[in-house]
Design a protein around this ligand. Structure first.
Ligand SMILES: C[S@@+](CC[C@H](N)C(=O)[O-])C[C@H]1O[C@@H](n2cnc3c(N)ncnc32)[C@H](O)[C@@H]1O
Length: 293
């Protein structure tokens, strides 16, 4: 059955607002919603709800009613999506992913990087982080933005999974990285990936739940802390995370559903961290904060 995308064209700020309205109205009923950036330079975004044909008329009317007050006169557009070929779709999942300057690829796609891109090789395995998930890609994008803007020396990658983010930071600049995970399998896989990516030094791997390790004292404080975990542990660990941040440092948080972002932001704002940007990918948000005044 064909799927239909109903969408509006907005600015980034408006897309955020539309998504909040849409998540209240549609998400509980199982309709997928999303925002995506269309044109970074001109700040053009789209906010979409996905429906199957039998629901289209009803969802269209509800979408129009939802937008009437805050987006008067906005045009709801429609795109019919082709029927999905699931085999092709599953192979697509193995294709290289581009985010920031990084291209994350499997071993079957070696040599895929274009001039100026940084290749990271990760095969799908027992640890999270091939780059295909919106949270990983969001983190990669913000890592690139932060490290392009200023000199970073010490990085913490909390919940490293496959090690993809630690590898990205180390490949981008001569930083030292402490990469930790609660799961010993993840730290083993990350160690293999570090080696596979030709990184001989600069990344220390440690198995630890949250901040329960002496490694933090040895390697911190950090100029950049990246934690792609989940909203609840991120809120719970906010005081320890903030305590590990060097003055003038940056924090990248992900694993947060769009509807949870305000609570996470509040937890970190109350510790003196300031919101810099939010990246939206497939219903997940990546939040960038800093402690510069
Ligand atoms: C969503 S994955 C992120 C992996 C990778 N950093 C990425 O961005 O693709 C979250 C990882 O955090 C780890 N994790 C979950 N809770 C943790 C905790 N309290 N302390 C350390 N690691 C944790 C999980 O084992 C998992 O490998």
């Amino acid at each position: 059955m064909s799927e239909i995308r109903l969408y509006i064209s907005t600015t980034e700020k408006q897309a955020e607002h539309a998504l909040a309205l849409m998540s209240d109205a549609f998400e509980e009923e199982g309709f997928a919603i999303a925002t995506m950036e269309i044109d970074e330079k001109n700040d053009i975004w789209e906010a979409s709800v996905y429906v199957f044909r039998p629901d289209e008329a009803e969802v269209y009317d509800r979408f129009a009613a939802l937008l009437a007050a805050d987006f008067p006169g906005i045009r709801i557009q429609r795109e019919e999506l082709p029927d999905i070929d699931w085999i092709a779709k599953s192979l697509e999942g193995l294709k290289p992913v581009r985010a920031g300057r990084f291209v994350v690829h499997g071993s079957h796609d070696r040599g895929t990087a274009r001039i100026g891109e940084i290749a990271i090789e990760i095969d799908a395995g027992q640890a999270f982080g091939t780059g295909h998930h919106g949270t990983t890609a969001g983190c990669l994008e913000v890592i690139h933005k932060v490290m392009r803007a200023r000199t970073v020396r010490r990085v913490l990658d909390l919940g490293t999974g496959s090690g993809v983010l630690a590898i990205a930071a180390r490949k981008l600049a001569p930083v030292t990285v402490l990469a930790t995970d609660i799961d010993p399998i993840a730290t083993r896989v990350a160690r293999e990936n570090v080696r596979l990516n030709g990184i001989a030094s600069g990344i220390a791997l440690e198995t630890a739940p949250g901040f329960h390790s002496t490694a933090f004292g040895r390697h911190g404080p950090f100029d950049l802390i990246i934690a792609n975990i989940l909203a609840r542990p991120l809120m719970r660990m906010a005081p320890q995370l903030a305590a590990q941040l060097a003055p003038g440092g940056d924090v990248i948080l992900s694993g947060i559903l769009a509807s949870q972002r305000w609570k996470v932001l509040a937890a970190y704002n109350s510790l003196g961290l300031r919101h810099v940007r939010t990246i939206w990918r497939e219903g997940w948000v990546t939040i960038h904060l800093d402690n510069r005044r």
